[in-house]
Design a protein around this ligand. Structure first.
Ligand code: FES
Length: 105
């Protein structure tokens, strides 16, 4: 177990219990965060877009071409944008800080 630290588009902060091996998108949805994840994690919708705190970017594997292509469709793209369905939660990501789309950008 560990946690995700999430700021929503209303500026509220949330600390969410995370489960190893789950997609970050699934963890966000499990806790009722307003994230759609319409394609179920198939990297085909970009509705699971999040912005990763800059301090955590180097701890994530790089986005592959498929993810990069989907990210290009996000209107509110930031330099640390990712698709949360493409991040698998692992112990070393305990405390990962994310902004939901629309939060603070
Ligand atoms: S859930 Fe569709 S791209 Fe992530």
């Amino acid at each position: 177990m560990g946690v995700l630290k999430v700021k929503d588009s209303d500026g509220n902060s949330h600390v969410l219990d995370a489960v190893e091996g789950w997609r970050v998108m699934e963890i966000l949805r499990e806790h009722g965060m307003p994230i759609e994840g319409l394609c179920g994690g198939a990297c085909a919708c970009a509705t699971c877009h999040v912005i990763v705190d800059a301090a955590w970017v180097d701890k994530l594997h790089a986005a592959n071409d498929e993810e990069e292509n989907m990210l290009d469709t996000v209107p509110s793209l930031a330099s640390t944008s990712r698709l949360s369905c493409q991040i698998i939660y692992q112990e070393e990501l305990d405390g990962l800080e994310l902004l939901l789309d629309g939060a603070g950008i």
